[in-house]
Design a protein around this ligand. Structure first.
Ligand code: ADP
Length: 291
């Protein structure tokens, strides 16, 4: 098969592992920068032009679209879909998952447990917003944040007020969320391939840090999920139509609670923590689905 990884950086761990496992299984694997693709739209023969050639020979794509290039990256993924090329995640699903609010709305409809969350149109009635999530402490999150940036823990009403005022002043959209204290600065990342959990790790934030992101200095260890956690992870993948994704959740007194679903999960942390060959699982998923 001709497999294309849509990525801006062929040297990233995840990209390198996917190339390695694809080649191990006898495929031709190429890394293409989606931003260097021209999309050619016409009546019957939609195509993509890259450097000096048409990408009309591709069997399957693995989108690894960074958050900052979602618009153009998804347009390229959509064009491959128009060309009947198999993709491990659709452009619609990627776009949906990039919008935290939209995802949470869909996930709550699918009956998935999550920290109580409020979204308002820059409401000045901070007290009421805080009451909705059960009082302080609260978590305030920028809708567009990634890697834990823009996630604030406000321990007092005054702090919450100041932070909300600051974000409102910048016209930055935020959600306010119940703080799950029992999580103790840890979260769980389940890696899903073909709708099934293929590996899971518990990430612990560094001392004194409530955010467990590895980018913020957290550490990760393999964990065996219980039945409830497995169910939540697989339901979240199904609800967002992302057969390959990373599902983040918190362990709370009332069971696992969903944090977010990532359509381009990094493979480094999870492969190192679990010693599982996740890249190969992604390649064999493509083999089973490409007709
Ligand atoms: P990002 O997408 O930027 O990583 P997250 O929503 O995943 O943002 O939050 C970053 C980290 O902050 C999480 O991994 C978790 O450890 C912590 N966190 C987020 N929301 C809550 C919450 N409601 N209660 C407790 N901890 C939280």
């Amino acid at each position: 098969m001709n497999i294309v990884i849509l990525s801006r950086n062929p040297n990233l761990y995840s990209t390198r592992r996917l190339i390695e496992e694809g080649e191990n299984r006898g495929h031709l694997v190429e890394v293409i920068d989606p931003l260097k693709c021209d999309i050619i739209i016409e009546k019957e023969k939609p195509t993509i032009y890259y450097k000096d050639r048409y990408l009309d020979y591709v069997d399957a794509i693995i989108p690894r679209i960074g958050a900052s290039v979602t618009f153009y990256g998804c347009a390229v993924v959509r064009q491959f879909e128009m060309m009947n090329v198999f993709t491990i995640c659709t452009s619609d699903a990627i776009q949906r998952s990039r919008d935290k609010l939209r995802s949470l709305q869909r996930l709550s409809k699918a009956g998935i447990g999550m920290p109580k969350t409020v979204f308002t149109n820059y409401s000045r009635d901070v007290e009421e917003v805080i009451e909705h999530v059960g009082g302080v402490p609260v978590i305030i999150k920028l809708l567009e944040g990634t890697q834990g940036l823009g996630v604030v823990l406000a321990e007092t009403k005054n702090a919450a007020e100041s932070v909300l005022e600051a974000f409102n002043g910048l016209e930055a959209r935020v959600i306010v969320q119940e703080f799950i204290k029992e999580a103790k600065g840890a979260d769980i990342r389940a890696l899903i391939v073909d709708g099934q959990v293929v590996g899971a790790m518990k990430r612990q934030g560094k001392e004194g840090e409530f955010r467990s992101n590895l980018h913020r200095g957290g550490s990760a260890n393999i964990i065996k999920l219980n039945a409830e956690e497995l169910k939540l992870a697989m339901n979240a993948s199904r609800a967002l139509k992302l057969p390959v994704c990373g599902v983040d959740m918190l362990q709370s007194a009332r069971g696992p609670l969903l944090l977010e679903v990532n359509s381009t999960p990094g493979l480094e942390g999870i492969e190192r923590a679990t010693h599982k060959n996740i890249a190969r699982a992604i390649i064999t998923f493509i083999e089973r689905n490409k007709n």
